[in-house]
Design a protein around this ligand. Sequence first.
Ligand code: ACM
Length: 698
Amino acid sequence: MAEPVLMPQPKAVAFAPGALPLTAPFAATATGCPQPLISHAIARAQADIARQRSLADPFGVGPALTIHCRSADAGYQTAAAQEGYRLEVDAHGVRIDADGPAGALHALATLRQLAGIGTDPAAIPFVRVDDAPRFAWRGVMIDTARHFMSLAALKRQVDTMERVKLDVLHLHLSDNEGFRVESRLYPKLQAAQHGEFYTQAEIRDLVAYAADRGVRIVPEFDVPAHTAAIASAYPEIAAAGDPADAMGAFDRALNPASDATYRFLDGLLGEMAGLFPDRNFHIGGDEVNDAAWSHEPTVAAFMTAHNLKSRVEMEAYFHTRIRAMLAHHGKTTVGWDEIAATPIPKDVIVQAWRNSNAVGLAVTGGHPTIVSSGYYLDQLMPAASHYAVDPVDLQADGITPDEAAQLQKISPLAGGAAKPLEIKPMPPLSPEQEKLVLGGEMAMWAELVTDEMLDARVWPRAAAIAERLWSPREVRDPDSLVRRLPLIEDELNLDGLQSDANRARMAARLSPDAPGAVTIFLQTVAPSRYATHNQGLRAMLAGVRHPPPQRLTALADAAPVDGAEALRFESLAKHLAAGDRSVIPALRSQLMIWSGNTPRFIEAAHGHPDLEAALPVNAEVATLTRLGLNALFAIEANDTLDHPSIQPQTALLARALADRAASSRPIFAFLAKPPPADLLIAIAPAIDILVKAGQASR
Ligand code: ACM
């Protein structure tokens, strides 16, 4: 039987010959683990395995599953949780020996993956797994302010996080666009949300739901900027910003010089602190710009009176007061890396996002640090690029000084925003300093993500980053990642993720008459990267003050970043290039499906502007799939792919590859013309592998 696909890769795995037949659900017993936590966890794992496999006797009693927790773990649901476990499968059954309940849940996640998927007789291979995470804090941040995310969608993320051993759901709950939690003290906050907010009962339900699945919820209420929603409900605590500032059109900051602001926040944050039991409480602190307080006379007077010499010192004063306030409510403050720009107490946890240098600066300042730089899912970069970023590598993510200078030339707005992203040489962290890195969080900002898009925008890429945060540093082979990712995605979809189902819904809306033609076309493309698809931002950079809202119903919104079919195709192409000719029929039938779909797409696009915009891309897919088929013919005939006759096609391929390469740097977002329909050709690299193999064959 094929070796099971595991993600995240455990610390140590040793397979042995043989397998445990699984004809019926496990006969499970648990000792030392808290109840009902462990019974619920076993039931979930059994239900998933029943979805993944076709058990011969679903109501019978199968092999033994014994779980022992060595400790009930007082630190469960904290960054100090006991997460290690040993899992052994042999002819006697499955034995799990966990350090604590978190370890038991992780072992059950591994067991699901060991069970695999299929309708053939199920069996779990004999194996011994010894596992523990590299980092304790393995999170996903979801922005619920830019687009509201339903409770059902959030619970689905929690379900899926449990299956890949992620343990922190950081919810960005307030921003300019909305304040998403019911406040009894300040009800005008949710009154403006058109019903798109979580009631306090819903928050309590979500927190309990997540806790049952080993996931902590860290709430974020972003202050003092990103607060237009608060400012419009309670203008008395807002600062006057610069009316000439382009960003000021939608960003509005609170007044840090007014006692009323601190009274308001003590009430609001205290109320919110009571809803979220996690010790950590995130107060944002990012992106206060120079215009935020420039026209607020009380701020200037306050700064003079308190000897604060810059806007940044004013921010530090504000954050120091908020930190004391939260400490009074029993909370540890977390903030984006700006909050440590000037000295602030070392117990504040810093979330590094602007570049990898920010990790070094936070750690050097003595702060426990969470790494998000390099893990921004909203940039629509492939999983492999995030996977390559090691959390403790201080050079891993950022832009070059030259790129920053180029951005400055395009627009002062882009340049100003880019300056802090610039990466500089820095000495590596010492082993002692590395201990301050708690882990990482991927960030799913939702300017361009709706509820129906959430699953496909977070997954499967989140599984790749989960591996980066869990597995030993040496686990970093991108080919192995690309091979496993579509299989893990299938498993997660089978267990309940809605990525495929929602893509089919979006295709049906785009093309009511021929949704299938759109679904197949979407397998061959990917959305353009970084902010290239952000039409509002592009318009603002071009000087438009109030760009119209962007409809998130286009092909680029439905296109996957790492489509399973494209990844599978790429893995097969690599096999062929390595000399395995047995994959030729599979490659050919996939190419014929894609190639044969191109006339259907033309037909479907007729009269639908959203689809017509992609006709040039469809034409390129037609050319490239024919080129791939020609390469396969040449390889099969032991012939060489003929250079001059395919010159126009290879020129087109070179262009598609160059477009992809250019868009692998964030600067592309502002420099390049967006591709037609904001789509890249996802299958271009695999076609290139086939063409090179064809040119080398004979
Ligand atoms: C951020 O991305 N503004 C933290």
